[in-house]
Design a protein around this ligand. Structure first.
Ligand code: NAD
Ligand code: GLY
Length: 372
């Protein structure tokens, strides 16, 4: 264990299904992968799914660790990027699973960011009606969000994540030292989701982020382990309460996402990383909350300052407000054609609202710099 950071082990418990699984969060801990996997009842034949960029950095360490514990991995490698998250890639994975003679006790292991995790998990959910699946996330976004909770999916030409399933992993192993090779812009995008957890559920955690922003930008191990563990703890609680996202509990994770998804779609998914669009979304949704008297202006100012300290966008300059409004009816949270928002009601608390008018949204967009 490097950097003096402690290894943290958390548990995701899903009481309704008597299901639980561990999340191992550490520093320089990739070498423990084989050992963690042995004793979990999976076959020695497994399939590692990754992208070329991640594999060029981490294949040797993963291969060594798996071999030392007697595992015999096959490799499924895809180009990096969202374009890989398709049904055609899943189909290729199923071919490789058969060619590699996976059986029902073989694990599919996702090594990479959310793209690889979502794709590998979706393929594992359907292969032989479901085989074990292991998450080894290597982006901050995947470590704090996508590797936990079992939402797995591929994209459809008509929209993101439209073909999917719920398939919880056997375990998650997050080695935060892998973030040292992650481009800084990707680290920032992950930080937007980290800040979101503080905003929706934990004022003390939000203050910690304000105090330790410099250490986090420098990827200081002890601060990072604390942050990723806090996010995973919060996500585990939410998933335990509402695994299938049907009880208006898991929906709180979508704060900033109603506007964020519209920003991504309105800019053809080319201008912003997902986390960057969520940062901008939190600002617009925060403005709606302030104008509605739900939140105080000083809270919004703190949010903006924290996002800016991680170089995240807080202005919609150059994006037409009309395009955002046109995308809102397609939001997955919309019910009966009405857009629903998860609005900040304080640092650490949110309120679901289906009463926001198009005029209120337009005013908040204009105040955030979106174009008329
Ligand atoms: P990503 O998987 O595309 O990874 C970003 C880039 O970083 C890629 O180019 C990748 O090759 C590279 N990379 C990954 N780890 C690296 C490392 N350690 N060093 C150097 N380069 C590295 O993007 P992401 O932001 O991790 O994930 C986005 C995806 O996650 C989207 O498809 C989104 O829909 C999905 N998502 C899913 C959930 C969920 O609950 N399932 C939640 C949020 C997001
Ligand atoms: N990332 C949102 C969720 O897992 O529900």
């Amino acid at each position: 264990m490097g950097g003096g950071a402690a290894m943290v082990r958390l548990e995701v418990n899903i009481p309704g299904r008597s299901l639980s699984y561990p999340i191992h969060i550490g520093w320089d801990s990739l070498g423990e992968l084989g050992q963690v996997m042995s004793g979990m009842g999976v076959s020695r034949r497994i399939l590692v799914v990754s992208d070329t960029a991640v594999l060029s950095l981490y294949r040797a360490a993963v291969e060594r660790s798996l071999a030392a514990s007697g595992f015999d991995p096959g490799w499924a490698v895809f180009p990096p990027g969202e374009e890989t998250k398709t049904l055609a890639s899943a189909s290729r994975l199923w071919d490789l699973a058969l060619e590699n003679r996976l059986d029902r006790k073989s694990a599919v292991l996702a090594l990479g960011g959310g793209v690889v995790g979502d794709l590998a998990g979706f393929a594992a959910a359907a292969f032989m009606r479901g085989v074990p699946f292991v998450q080894v996330p290597t982006t901050l976004l995947a470590q704090v969000d996508s590797s936990v909770g079992g939402k797995v999916a591929v994209d459809h030409p008509l929209g993101k994540n439209l073909i999917g399933a719920f398939h919880q992993p056997l375990f998650v192993l997050a080695d935060l030292s892998t973030l040292r090779t992650l481009p800084p812009r990707e680290v920032g995008a992950g930080m937007a989701e980290v800040i979101k957890y503080g905003l929706i559920a934990d004022a003390g955690f939000f203050s910690f982020l304000e105090t330790r922003a410099g250490d986090l930008r420098a990827l200081e191990p002890e601060a990072l382990v604390h942050v990723v563990a806090a996010c995973c703890r919060l996500k585990a609680e939410v998933v335990a309460a509402d695994e299938r996202d049907t009880a208006d509990v898991r929906a709180i994770l979508n704060c900033g996402h109603t506007i964020g998804h519209a920003v991504e779609a309105a800019t053809s998914y080319g201008a912003f990383r997902h986390g960057e669009a969520v940062a901008l979304g939190m600002i617009v949704e925060g403005r709606i909350a302030v104008a509605d008297g739900l939140w105080d202006r000083s809270g919004l100012d703190r949010l903006q300052a924290l996002l800016e300290s991680f170089n995240l966008p807080v202005s919609g300059k150059g994006i037409p407000a009309d395009r955002i409004l046109a995308h809102l009816p397609y939001d997955k949270k919309a019910v009966g054609g009405k857009t629903r928002f998860v609005l900040p009601a304080g640092i650490g608390s949110v309120k679901l609202s289906g009463d926001v008018t198009p005029e209120q949204i337009a005013a908040a967009l204009r105040a955030t710099g979106f174009e008329e």
